[in-house]
Ligand binder design. Structure first.
Ligand code: SAM
Ligand code: SF4
Length: 333
């Protein structure tokens, strides 16, 4: 028998159910499409047009729109971008969102986390996802086109020392960082970090080719040649397939979007920095919530419409032809 509160919570949750029965309780909010790095797989090498500031949600608009999602059943919010911490009012946004009854977390390149430790603690942020594609300083420069390797590594150690649950995201690319797989698994020996090998995904302008994808099967095979690995339990809605080397402090996982999409129990919705809802990372369409919100209109019906339009898998896109989408940096990963 459910308690009254649990029943109410269930009814609210079910409001964000799509036509395939998937309940959506996780919202990723992009704070900006700007970044202080220039990762080749994320930001188009040419013609990157950044959004005008006036078109971006303000801190108060982010709070208010997020509150509507929470009313409809969202229980977890991840801040992302672009780089969320380059936004001048990132501190204020974190503080405002921490008032909502959600698990608050973020994905960052860790170039600036050293300035935010206290803010994260105050906001109750316990888990931080950090992008790190290589342990090689020169390769870091080649990938990110910026020289911040030392800062990023130092800040990762600082997050660990401050007891954050740190997930390290690595975009695995053939001919770029495939040779470093084993080093990343070795890093989990004495560091309680959770490495996630992400298959390189196609977005406009990122020069994606099937041959560049270092697949989950290839990665697992390579790791098994070097270590005794055990499979760990994957929670419902988890995008990552988790493993561990016995005796290691940390774990590793694969995010197999390209070779084995995990859309069956997807619970995620996305809000771009300019206030458009995307029902999937790969959705071709998006619905503007910010303009109606600014005009004093109702946004709940628009959220439901977006859910109703959600496709069964990878936004209805087929990776064998060029995808129609924003660039990753303009969506919010
Ligand atoms: N700036 C933050 C960061 O780098 O963590 C947050 C935004 S970034 C777009 C979010 C995540 O998307 C990062 O972990 C990044 O590695 C991942 N990502 C970007 N482009 C990708 C691609 N083409 N394939 C797979 N993952 C990608
Ligand atoms: Fe910036 Fe993150 Fe994209 Fe790299 S992956 S360019 S750090 S937004």
């Amino acid at each position: 028998m459910l308690t009254e509160t649990a029943e109410i919570a269930q009814i609210k949750t079910s409001l964000l159910t799509d036509s395939y029965g998937r309940v959506h309780d996780y919202l990723r909010i992009s704070l900006t499409d700007r970044c202080n790095l220039r990762c080749t797989y994320c930001m188009p090498s040419e013609d990157m047009q950044f959004a005008l500031h006036s078109t971006l949600m303000t801190a108060d608009e982010i709070y208010s729109i997020a509150k509507t999602f929470v009313k409809l059943g969202v229980k977890k919010i991840r801040l992302t971008g672009g780089e969320p911490l380059v936004r001048k009012d990132a501190r204020k946004i974190i503080e405002l969102l921490s008032e909502l009854p959600v698990e608050l977390t973020l994905t960052t390149n860790a170039t600036k986390t050293n300035d935010f430790i206290e803010d994260f603690n105050k906001a109750g942020i316990k888990s931080v996802n950090v992008s790190l594609d290589t342990f090689d300083k020169e390769k870091f420069f080649a990938i990110t086109r910026r020289n911040d390797f030392d800062t990023v590594l130092e800040n990762i150690h600082q997050l660990i020392a401050n007891n954050f649950h740190v997930k390290l995201n690595l975009v695995a690319m053939e001919g770029v960082n495939d040779g470093e797989l084993i080093d990343f698994v070795k890093f989990t020996k004495n560091h309680p970090v959770h490495v996630r090998f992400i298959e390189f995904m196609p977005f406009p302008g990122n020069d994606w080719k099937r041959e560049k994808v270092f697949t989950y099967i290839e990665m697992l095979e390579r790791i098994r040649e070097n270590f005794e690995v055990e499979k760990l339990y994957d929670e419902k809605n988890s995008t990552a397939k988790k493993y561990k080397v016995s005796g290691h402090a940390g774990t590793f996982a694969f995010i197999n979007t390209v070779t084995l999409p995990f859309c069956g129990d997807c619970n995620r919705l996305r809000l771009t920095a300019d206030g458009k809802i995307k029902n999937c990372l790969f959705s071709k369409g998006e619905i503007d919530l910010l303009t109606p919100y600014r005009n004093g209109g109702e946004i709940e019906e628009l959220i439901f419409k977006s859910l109703k339009d959600k496709k069964e898998q990878t936004g209805g896109q087929d990776f064998s032809v060029p995808t129609k989408n924003r660039s990753m940096i303009a969506i919010g990963g």
